[in-house]
Design a protein. Sequence first.
Length: 330
Amino acid sequence: MTGLSELISRAGGVFLLPVAMAIVAFILIGAPSSWLTLTVAGLSMGMMIFLMASGLSLVFGLMDVLNFGHSAFISFGAFVAASVLAALGGWLGADSVMLNLLALTCALAAAIAFGLAGGWFFERVIVKPVYSDHLRQILITMGALIVAEQIILASWGGAPLNVPRPAFLEGSLLIGDASVDLYRLFAFGLGALVYIGLHLLLNRTRIGLLIRAGVENREMVEALGFKVDRLFIGVFMVGSALAALGGAMWAGYETLITPSLGAELMVVVFIVVIIGGLGSIQGTLLGAIMVGLADNYVGFLAPKLALASTMILMMLILLWRPSGLAPAVK
């Protein structure tokens, strides 16, 4: 294992692992058009998972909170966005790209706004009393998740809900013999923008510096006159909003959603955070891309192993790096 670690470090670090996966898959698949379609699908899937997982990783890394209710925001984001899209159906089907884009923007904005408001309530009422107690955090957030699922059932019913897509994101882009779904390209671009924004916020701004300083030495930051509680509330709200945004994008990806959406995705989200390293945004991005690629490649090459592919990937990585690929440095 030591020799493998040294070899990967010399080659450019763990961030080249997705490239290695893609090269191996290209050899095994053989058909360039199929490989390109699967690779784009895997990258877009990974970016949508990153949107959902980044909030969980952010909250744990900066606040040391294990939030098992995180998936409730994924579900609510999906259903809120689906309701807005249904209400703006005329804009979605219009010939105008601007109207299509405006309808999608309204849906995503509604999901984000719900995530921000719900995150504030969740942190103040549910999480705040159990800071520094992981066991109670798990129990109380799991209970909140159950309540949230029942609220969704009462509000939208138990029947699957159809999610319309904007007309300009319907169809595919032909690259040679390969067919690339336009919605997946949009999802990849949005995920990349979110990652860049988070990276700049945490590493290049005064607020990011204060948040990281508050984690390291809360008393010193408060002595300088800054309200660490307010910073942490903001972090929790942003994390919840990212989960809602990811849920909204996933709803358009699946086009048919149920109240159990968040609970089903939560397993994958936790696997991604564990693979990447708890509390690391870079690690979460890396883990999400690897999970997305593995799911699509294995689903094509060995369909019977598709459901187990993410678990197998997690076991292999943890056997090699028990702390994850790129854990946060504290």
